[in-house]
Write a protein that binds this ligand. Structure first.
Ligand code: PGA
Length: 253
């Protein structure tokens, strides 16, 4: 039987109130509840996590970031154990919007180790800012993967999902999505890097997702032509109709 597709909604810093958040979440939860071959993970801002985790139905709930210490004098931070206590099952680590605020591979690696110790599953985001020539984006992503997963043992590979998100394809000012062929090439390449780290069997089991301007119009081609294991959706995940359409597409590919 084929593996379940993984569809993740990254709500970023939206919406502005718990009431609006519920309005978006309830229809998504309904759609997710009817699916058998698709895993739905919704990642709202921290302040909505508790509420969502208490009424999540078949949806899984993820945070958008986490700190690397369990507790202590770290004003404004949220620890992996706090997330675990809600309970939240997943956390996005190393999103390009966090990297743009100064997060580097070393910080990402500390967060990954802390999340693993707490028993969280993580979505590690990688992706190049530009493609000036044929190969430098591959080297850039290989380096991100290797440095971010430094010290992670093969037995933890089952807790890792990798989202390939070329920075130039993300958000409002983007150039639009990558092509399914670009995503496929990069996912094969990431598998190769993972094989060097974890060995073939463990590496093969790590899902590779695509993210960057995904919408109901292009979701199918990333899953079929691009052979992606799933999608990380930003803007369209705040549109319950559009996100539900993406979930149904994933269920039927
Ligand atoms: P986008 O964002 O779908 O709005 O391009 C994707 C992401 O940042 O995860």
């Amino acid at each position: 039987m084929r593996k379940k597709k993984i569809i993740i909604g990254n709500w970023k810093m939206n919406p502005l109130s718990a009431k609006e958040a519920a309005k978006i979440f309830i229809p998504i939860k309904k759609t997710a509840g009817r699916l058998k071959k698709t895993e739905t993970i919704v990642c709202p801002p921290f302040i909505y996590l508790k509420n969502f985790s208490e009424q999540k139905g078949k949806c899984l709930i993820g945070a958008q970031d986490v700190f690397w210490k369990d507790n202590g004098s770290f004003t404004g931070e949220i620890s992996p154990l706090m997330l675990k206590s809600l309970p939240v099952s997943h956390v996005i680590i190393g999103h390009s919007e966090r990297r743009a605020l100064g997060e580097n591979n070393e910080v990402v690696s500390k967060k990954i180790s802390a999340a693993i110790s707490a028993g969280l599953k993580m979505i590690l985001c990688v992706g190049e800012k530009e493609r000036p020539d044929e190969a430098s984006h591959l080297n850039f992503v290989a380096n991100q993967v290797k440095e971010s997963l430094k010290g992670v043992s093969a037995k933890s590979a089952g807790n890792i999902i990798i989202a390939y998100e070329p920075v130039w394809a993300i958000g409002d000012g983007s150039k639009g999505p990558a092509s399914p062929e670009d995503a496929l090439e990069m996912s094969i390449f990431i598998k190769k890097v993972l094989t060097e780290i974890f060995g073939k069997k463990k590496a093969d089991a790590v899902p590779i997702l695509y993210g960057g301007s995904v919408d109901p119009g292009n979701a199918r081609e990333f899953l079929e032509k691009g052979a992606m294991d799933g999608l990380l959706v930003g803007r369209e995940s705040l549109n319950p109709k559009g996100f539900s359409d993406i979930l149904r597409i994933a269920e039927n590919v």
